[in-house]
Design a protein around this ligand. Structure first.
Ligand code: ADP
Ligand code: MG
Length: 380
């Protein structure tokens, strides 16, 4: 398609509103799979994604204060335009392209396209972050202002939704059915099991990063049988980020106290760390997860900053290279300054929230509220 036709199509589609969807809707759409039900789900996503992509393209075009001119932002916009083109081409050639006429081959073609699109957009978070860094350098700004922060919130929130829909469609089309799972959604997400996995992963990263034999303990208090309908991938992401922060604060604080004590312990593996506590409450509206640490807390004046993208107290930012090879990629301990901001978006995505309360000089409590209602409708 020529560039100008594509642009005019994008502005036409951008006028349409996105359609709200809930976990419950997705479960219904992906349950009892047949060629016909998959065809319906695929038709829906091929219609829906271009709307959401078009909104983001227009927003990228109109970013304030010259952010829209940054090289990395334009790169991301090109990916969005390419994906828009891929999907609208499927729409417009469905009746003429022999590969799209039969329902079974339509399903196959759409799934293949979605896989390509998903891969294309893998580096989006890092590349947009890179764009913001380019902008900070070119405008000599230290702190992201309100308009950039709210753009990033909207942009990444929308990405969570788009990725979720794509991941869900690929899974229901491609992966064998499993009990209690519909695509990437688990209708019996066991909070304790996933919390344990997140704890193991975060402690492992902590041990590697500090070169210590044992990361601080994480005490887990959670009913064994607490389950709800959720996307375990999202739950893991949030728990992992919050736990890494608590472990880092705990270790850094103890190392500092040790350095400053009259008789510092030489081998840091012998230093005792106060445990982090992860407490899960089973409410009728929310499942709330509190992660408490004795990592010294955060100054009250600094607390608002921790929600800002790219804010970190880590001295070195890990490599932001968006071309990283996914299989080699190990999650960094910290330093990207995205952990809390993105986790809050994941929480809010299905009607939950993430809050942080600090007692400077003692420690931090983070509350992760997850809405139990799988009928919560999200528009993103
Ligand atoms: P990153 O971990 O990459 O720095 P985050 O968004 O996860 O980014 O956190 C931002 C900053 O908030 C951290 O660099 C740290 O200074 C502060 N912070 C977050 N959690 C805690 C905590 N539990 N205790 C003390 N400081 C914290
Ligand atoms: Mg972090």
């Amino acid at each position: 398609m020529s560039a100008s036709i594509l642009r005019s199509q994008i502005s036409k589609v951008a006028k349409l509103p996105a359609n709200a969807i809930s976990l419950q809707d997705l479960v219904l759409m992906g349950q009892h799979r047949t060629e016909e039900s998959l065809y319906k789900a695929n038709k829906w996503i091929v219609g829906e994604l271009p709307i959401r992509l078009a909104h983001r393209i227009e927003e990228l075009d109109n970013l304030p204060n010259g952010l829209n001119e940054m090289h990395s932002i334009n790169k991301v916009k090109q990916w969005y335009m390419q994906s828009f083109d891929d999907l609208t081409t499927i729409q417009s050639t469905e009746s003429t392209d022999p590969r799209l006429k039969e329902k079974s081959s339509y399903n196959r073609q759409v799934t293949e396209s979605l896989k390509q699109i998903k891969k294309r957009h893998d580096p989006t978070v890092a590349t947009v972050a890179q764009g913001v860094i380019e902008w900070k350098h070119s405008t000599k700004r230290d702190i992201i202002d309100h308009s950039i922060q709210s753009f990033l919130d909207r942009f990444y929130m929308s990405r969570i939704g788009i990725r979720m829909l794509i991941g869900q469609n690929i899974a229901i089309n491609d992966e064998p059915a499993r009990d209690n799972w519909v695509g990437v959604i688990c209708t019996r997400t066991n909070v304790k099991d996933f919390a344990r996995d997140a704890i193991d992963n975060a402690r492992f990263i902590c041990e590697e990063y500090y070169g210590i034999f044992e990361a601080p303990e994480v005490e887990l208090y959670c009913p064994d049988d607490l389950t709800f309908t959720y996307i375990p991938g999202h739950l893991m992401h949030m728990l992992f980020e919050v736990l890494k922060n608590s472990l880092r604060a705990t270790v850094d604080t103890q190392l500092k106290r040790n350095r400053e004590s009259a008789n510092p312990i030489e081998d840091i593996s012998d230093i005792k760390f106060p445990p982090v506590k992860l407490i899960v409450a089973d409410g009728s509206e929310d499942i709330t997860i509190k992660i408490s640490d004795e990592g010294g807390g955060i100054k009250r004046s600094v607390v608002p900053l921790v929600w800002t993208y790219l804010y970190t107290t880590m001295e070195e930012t890990p490599d932001l290279d968006p071309t990283y090879n996914k299989t080699d990629f190990r999650a960094p301990m910290a330093g990207f300054g995205y952990g809390l901001a993105l986790s809050r978006l994941y929480a809010r995505y299905f009607g939950g929230d993430l809050k942080l309360i600090s007692m400077e000089g003692y420690g931090t409590d983070v509350y992760l509220h997850l809405n139990r209602l799988s009928t919560y409708e999200t528009l993103q």
